[in-house]
Unconditional design. Structure first.
Length: 208
């Protein structure tokens, strides 16, 4: 299940999101892409950055200077920049914030899902979440007034989407002559589970 944070696009929420990604990954730093919101750069440095103490000069008085954060060599982060004219997007470019451009291109060439810097995956995920939860629908009477209940409902909706709901695009041809296809869920495709969960199993599962 992807990490998510409910709230406005603030610096604090950007940090919460990157911190959640850090906790659910296996230690390897993924390739990060986003729009040009400046908070993501600060959040990535805060979570993945390497602290460097600033040495105090022999004649320097006063308080010691705050340590600096520098990106680790394996951190690669690129942004999608939208250029607007009279409120409309007229062109889209990309820029590399952390890492080298050829390093980002090498990672994209090896990627099985994307060949360019984009935000289409997160935009598609946003659409999927809206379709799974009426509470996120615009201009409806189903919106949430309590952020805690909204987060709980989103966890349930995403759990159902990834573990219970069969996805047509993830099915595989069956080796059993009695049926043509083997249906799968996103969790099965990711290797997290080996079967399609029932709603009861999802609700009764004890999270570690």
């Amino acid at each position: 299940m992807p990490a998510f944070v409910v709230g406005k696009r603030t610096k604090a929420n950007a940090y919460k999101l990157v911190e959640k990604i850090y906790r659910v990954t296996d230690g390897a730093i993924p390739l990060f892409t986003s729009d040009e919101l400046r908070h993501y750069r600060d959040a990535l440095l805060r979570v993945y950055g390497i602290r460097e103490e600033v040495p105090k000069g022999p004649r320097r008085r006063g308080r010691p200077r705050k340590p600096k954060l520098r990106p680790p060599p394996e951190l690669r982060y690129a942004q999608v920049v939208k250029h607007r004219r009279k409120g409309r997007v007229v062109s889209i470019t990309t820029k590399v914030i952390f890492g080298k451009e050829h390093e980002v291109n090498e990672l994209l060439e090896a990627s099985p899902v994307s060949t360019g810097v984009n935000i289409s995956f997160v935009e598609r995920n946003n659409l999927t979440v809206r379709q799974q939860s009426k509470r996120l629908g615009r201009k409806t009477n189903g919106f949430s007034k309590d952020i805690g209940r909204l987060e709980a409902q989103l966890c349930l909706a995403l759990g159902y989407y990834h573990f219970v709901k069969e996805h047509y695009g993830l099915r595989r041809e069956s080796t059993d002559n009695r049926k043509k296809w083997v249906q799968r869920t996103p969790a099965m495709a990711a290797g997290v589970t080996d079967h399609i969960w029932g709603t009861r199993e999802l609700l009764m599962y004890r999270v570690p």
